[in-house]
Design a protein around this ligand. Structure first.
Ligand SMILES: [Zn+2]
Length: 401
């Protein structure tokens, strides 16, 4: 667990260094710091700050859905669902990126829960999880409000890729989950988009927030939640998920669920398996857990479903990365969720002749939580992540997301 910003930055530098972009990492850190400073200096920026917001309709309608540039769910009619578009940042061509917003406004007042997906553009099961929860809600029988945003990084989604194609200095790619809480006057469109969403849509309507992700293209993960378990309100929620692993760690600055936590809103990150495809069986586990969370907060009535107790959840506070030392084909010897011992061989790698050029072992005892699914790897690529419990978590672990 990180002890402060320095630890967090160290760990991100470590991760970025494995991709040989230390300079870019430093620049991102600087941007994040300046965005944070700006946000702190202008706490009332945005019409939605301080809970005294008002919904702003732009006057546009897209395919029958009204467009808003700010939303206060208190302004919406109770006892029904509302489908809206939120006006995000402008594209280079001058039109806006719009994100899909579904609000289930309960007949009676209560807590407000925000469900987010699509911060990365290749994470389909996260989107389907949120849609499945929303489709099961009947506002007439609810106390409180559930708001879903399913396509935060729209341009990334259009290419079903992780990062946002940005046209700053020629085309580059920006990871939206290093941009939060964003900056409405930031140096990139994704930073501004994050700022608009966070200030005018997400934060003002959240008493609780969950950000749904999956592994990334070429790298599969097990079903797990990332959560700071030292926060009682967060611990209570993640324990309601019947999924096998919890990564108890505060991970990086700049990720959306940490921006919520920093704003005083209990939040965590759900990781729903592999990217690009739908894992309907795994999705169902996260739907069940999320419905449990809504019951926990009194939004829904009815008995709890299965929880972490029913699946003997494994909790680790660290993720041990095993990085490729060679180029070649990687052959895994273990599977996701397998328990491994320190020193156990978990993968081998072959060159073009089929000769074994590398054998990879776990440095720790724990459970497999992520595996490279692209079979060809080059030096530095993460091949396996082992979730484990460290007595004193170091400042160097990274994690799959
Ligand atoms: Zn993600």
């Amino acid at each position: 667990m990180p002890n402060g910003p320095e630890d967090r930055l160290d760990r991100r530098d470590f991760m970025m260094a494995s991709f040989a972009t230390v300079g870019a990492s430093a620049a991102l850190v600087a941007n994040a710091a300046s965005a944070n400073a700006q946000a702190a200096a202008t706490p009332s920026a945005g019409p939605a700050a301080g809970g005294s917001s008002a919904t702003v309709y732009t006057g546009d309608t897209i395919e029958g859905k009204k467009v808003v540039s700010a939303l206060d769910v208190n302004d919406l009619e109770a006892g029904r669902k509302h489908l809206l578009y939120f006006q995000g940042v402008e594209m280079p061509g001058g039109q806006h990126w719009y994100v899909s917003v579904t609000v289930a406004k309960g007949a009676r007042p209560g807590k407000r829960v925000v469900l987010v997906s699509g911060v990365h553009g290749d994470e389909m099961s996260s989107i389907h999880t949120v849609q499945s929860v929303m489709n099961q809600l009947d506002p007439a029988r609810m106390a409180g409000t559930v708001m879903a945003v399913t396509d935060v990084a729209r341009p990334a989604l259009e290419g079903m890729q992780r990062r946002w194609p940005n046209s700053g200095r020629g085309n580059d790619l920006i990871d939206m989950n290093r941009e939060w809480p964003g900056n409405e006057t930031g140096a990139t469109a994704p930073s501004r988009h994050a700022g608009l969403l966070f200030n005018r849509l997400l934060r003002p309507n959240a008493d609780v927030a969950i950000d749904f992700h999956t592994g990334t293209t070429g790298f599969d993960v097990s079903a797990f939640n990332i959560a700071g378990m030292d926060v009682a309100a967060v611990k209570a929620m993640v324990e309601l998920y019947p999924v096998g692993q919890i990564f108890d760690n505060h991970v990086y600055p700049g990720v959306l669920h940490n921006a919520f936590v920093d704003a005083g809103i209990p939040s965590f990150c759900a990781e729903v398996g592999a990217a690009r495809s739908l894992d309907l069986e795994m999705i169902q586990l996260f739907v069940e857990g999320t419905l449990n969370v809504l019951k926990h907060h009194g939004i829904l009535a009815g008995p709890m479903g299965r929880t972490g107790k029913d699946v003997a959840v494994f909790v680790g506070n660290s993720a041990f990365p095993i990085l490729a030392t060679h180029g070649g084909l990687v052959e895994h010897l273990v599977r996701l969720n397998d328990k491994v011992t320190a020193g156990q061989k978990v993968a081998i790698q072959r060159n073009g002749f089929g000769e074994v050029v590398a054998e990879y072992t776990s440095g720790v005892a724990g459970e497999v939580t992520g595996q490279r699914s692209d079979a060809l790897a080059e030096p530095g690529n993460p091949l396996v992540f082992i979730l484990f419990h460290a007595a004193a978590p170091g400042g160097s672990e990274t994690y799959p997301e």
